[in-house]
Design a protein around this ligand. Sequence first.
Ligand code: FMN
Length: 262
Amino acid sequence: MNDLTKQNILKNREYLKAYTAADVALEPTDQQQKLPFPLPEKEPCGGAVIQLPADFEHMAGTKSLYELIAGRESCREYAPEPVTLQDLSFLLWATQGVRRFAGRYNQVTFRNVPSAGSRHAFETYLFVQSVEGLEPGIYHYLASKHELEVWEKRSDFTEDLEKALGGQSFAAKAPVVFVWSAVPYRMEWRYGMKSHKYMMIDAGHVCENLYLACEAVGCGTCAVGAYDQELLDELLGFAPGPSAEKDYECAVYAAPVGKRTK
Ligand SMILES: Cc1cc2nc3c(=O)[nH]c(=O)nc-3n(C[C@H](O)[C@H](O)[C@H](O)COP(=O)(O)O)c2cc1C
């Protein structure tokens, strides 16, 4: 290990830690300074909107929570059949679905996953290749309305997606690939320099819910952290970073989904 790597590792270990008295002395955060709050969700991009089915009670399934947890595993092989829109809708709801709004201006969302301070700094994008009732393309989830919007109409993304997912072709060829981005300022407004620790903890909740929800509907998924940052950001049209912009956004995690083969 060279000296630069060692230095960076030591710096990054700090990132695992919670607030120290010294950190507190360095803040105030933007929230403490009463700067305007960031919106809980990205504004729609103006693409065509697709309503998602939202009746999930009948999807409770036959597996107990015990069976879902005991059956959870990373799945890297998917059946050729498409994912249904109902299943996809359920997976979106389970991972980022909004239960209620709070705050004077509905500026806070409570969702099906927990998040530090309910900041929910993530956006969900879908690379759709084989979902019943959806044209292949790139979509963005409008969590507060439980809708999808067309992010980009192109459907010839498989090769680029494979490169962006670090050459993991099982992932790039899946019927649908979830990519979560972070809009860091949503968390930083409140938690300043501890935000990045919290966002990474939050990302784990989101993906674990995807694993369990997939188990419930006969789908499989696999967390993907080994992606190429520049390529994936570019594929989603994010400005190259890092930047101090309040709407700065970058990909943080991905997960292919398909029907299980067994
Ligand atoms: C943060 C994170 C990143 C991961 N990245 C990848 C990845 O890029 N490619 C992959 O095939 N699996 C990836 N995995 C899946 C792990 O390899 C898998 O969870 C581990 O081997 C244990 O297997 P299990 O999930 O079936 O219990 C990742 C898992 C996590 C939690």
